[in-house]
Design a protein around this ligand. Structure first.
Ligand SMILES: [Zn+2]
Length: 264
């Protein structure tokens, strides 16, 4: 059986899809790739020139680092792969904030050095400046991956489960399963218990406990996985999936050629 993808739900930041015809190892490789290995840009270093706000420099730097940035990661290279000595236009860019209270400083107050970079959300609060308080800083943006630090993580929620199948073998329509199931897998239609969307089943097995006739069977498809993905908004859900598959494919090609060179 070949690999198949069935999209259940696809939004800008969220995706739900079934990947079938793959091993658990492949499903896990794709999950890890989406979380850990997609290169992203994030604020990595902050130089404070003035900070008379209520927050310490370190607290503001941490907040800035966790602001998701929207950008094409292929426009930059990792600093350790760059030919320069201590940072150049290929491996880093900057952002600045210059604000004076009274004012709430938001993520939208970051002035980007590269016009192709923007913040994913405009209204992320950074610090509330009171009358006379000032914040003046210069931030350095670098490329990284989720493996290095969570600030570079693209998929913030990413998991999978084997696709569930629920069936009824024996039933007296007592409907206890209908009321106990937290995912509405069962429905009552004209006094009869029916299976609704069994893909929502979370394998909690509460229905098995309440069924007097032991007439419910829950099975899982061993080679089909239901993925749930949510990104931080820096990259769309579809781009995250496509990029992870591209990275996996590249790695497989590198492994193949390495093995071939060993054979000669
Ligand atoms: Zn460089």
């Amino acid at each position: 059986m070949g690999i198949e993808v069935k999209v259940i739900d696809l939004g800008e930041r969220k995706a739900k899809f079934i990947l079938s015809g793959v091993t658990p190892a492949f499903a896990n490789a794709l999950r890890r790739c989406m979380i850990n290995e997609i290169p992203r840009l994030a604020i990595d270093e902050v130089h404070f020139y003035e900070n008379t706000s209520i927050l310490f420099d370190e607290q503001i730097a941490l907040r800035l680092a966790l602001i998701p940035l929207k950008a094409d990661p292929t426009g930059y290279v990792m600093e350790d792969e760059c030919t320069c000595e201590d940072g150049c236009a290929l491996c880093q860019t900057t952002a600045t904030i210059s604000a004076e209270g009274p004012k709430m400083v938001y993520s939208s107050d970051l002035i980007m050095g590269d016009e192709n970079i923007s913040v994913a959300d405009d209204r992320i609060p950074i610090v509330d400046l009171k009358e006379g308080q000032k914040l003046l800083l210069n931030a350095i943006i670098r490329l990284g991956t989720g493996e290095m630090h969570a600030k570079w993580q693209s998929a913030v929620v990413c998991g999978y489960k084997n696709v569930p199948h629920v069936s009824i073998t024996d039933c007296n329509d007592c409907a206890r399963c209908v009321s106990i199931c937290p995912r509405d897998v069962f429905r009552l239609v004209d006094g009869r218990v029916m299976i609704g969307d069994d893909i929502n089943c979370s394998y909690c097995k509460l229905c098995l406990d309440v069924c007097e006739l032991q007439g419910i069977v829950i099975e899982e498809e061993p080679d089909a996985f239901l993925f749930t993905l949510e990104t931080d908004g820096g990259m769309s859900a579809s781009m995250t999936i496509a990029y992870a598959i591209h990275l996996l494919k590249e790695r497989a090609i590198r492994l193949k050629s390495a093995l071939e060179s060993l054979a000669h």
